[in-house]
Write a protein that binds this ligand. Structure first.
Ligand code: ZN
Ligand code: ZN
Length: 106
């Protein structure tokens, strides 16, 4: 009866089947319900409403397989602010600079 809280995390929200691990839950979803972990998370954690980028561009963010189950922003959107492509076109220079900087790291 230990680890009861942990087990809750791996419990299938569709059929209440208890899974021993996150991997087991993923396998269970694929095999028993024929849905991917992403679809499951989208449906049961976000009520089928795809979370959107927090910068306000209206684009859906990536669903993550583990907590917090979503990205807050699409890549690079968190740094754009007022230079967002929906608002203007001054962003390209900024992005080019950032890209070349990150390329230097590698
Ligand atoms: Zn199930
Ligand atoms: Zn965005």
């Amino acid at each position: 009866m230990k680890n009861k809280i942990n087990k809750m995390n791996f419990k299938c929200k569709i059929c209440n089947h208890e899974n021993g691990s996150d991997c087991a839950l993923t396998r269970h979803l694929n095999k028993m319900h024929k849905i991917s972990k992403e679809d499951y998370i989208l449906k049961y954690y976000f009520n089928n409403i795809h979370p959107l980028c927090k910068c306000g561009c209206g684009n859906p963010v990536k669903i993550l397989k583990s907590y917090p189950y979503r990205n807050d922003f699409i890549n690079h959107h968190q740094t754009k602010g007022d230079n967002h492509p929906m608002k203007g076109k001054h962003f390209s220079k900024e992005i080019c600079e950032k890209k070349s900087k990150s390329l230097c790291k590698y």
